[in-house]
Design a protein around this ligand. Sequence first.
Ligand code: ZN
Length: 242
Amino acid sequence: MTDLERLREIISGAKNIVFFGGAGVSTASGIPDFRGDEGLYEKENKYDASPEEILSGRYLLRNPAGFYRYYKNEMIYKSAKPNEAHLALAKLEREGRLSAVITQNIDGLHQAAGSVNVIELHGSVLRNYCTRCGAAYGLDFILDSDDVPICTECKSVVRPNVILYGEGLETQPFCKAELAISGADVLIVGGTSLTVYPAASLVRRFRGEHFIIINKTETPYDAYADLIIREPIADVLRFAVT
Ligand code: ZN
């Protein structure tokens, strides 16, 4: 039996799968891996600071125009569509075999594919709010603004509901993620190297039967996995979810 066949067998016998995913899940949708070889880090010479500096809460306060120039050009992929990984996970949820998708991505593609219980650890580009009065705005409001999106109610800067560098995670999604993982019988980690906080502390909560890693490169948790597949995740899930 090949590893892919083994994965298909585990998935077909599972009752409570939790999927934990990262940037690699969206690369097949044309959204670059932030830390990958062809990711944003390669482009940093186009701007006056590194992506990590620009995409920080401090930079947004100091230079909102610079922040939004970068953000609109490099972080928003409005025409991106869900790929076969997103669609397969949505199908598993509909069939009652998957209880949650936990994602480090901010692109909203799991919901676009039909997933319902999506735990977004780093927020979403689709949700934005006024930094003073809290009024809510969609993505179009951000993209339609000339320079810096300004609240129509109180004229303050509107910001994305996304965890920026230097900002802590929100407690609620993190706790939901812990709870989901601790109750799962199968944990599939995909498209993440498990090096970004808080991936590690979440994975340690798993007490179920099968821990599966689908990632092109090694992760610090490979030794704990029952199955490691080093293929593109969209190809793997297309095969394994039938
Ligand atoms: Zn406001």
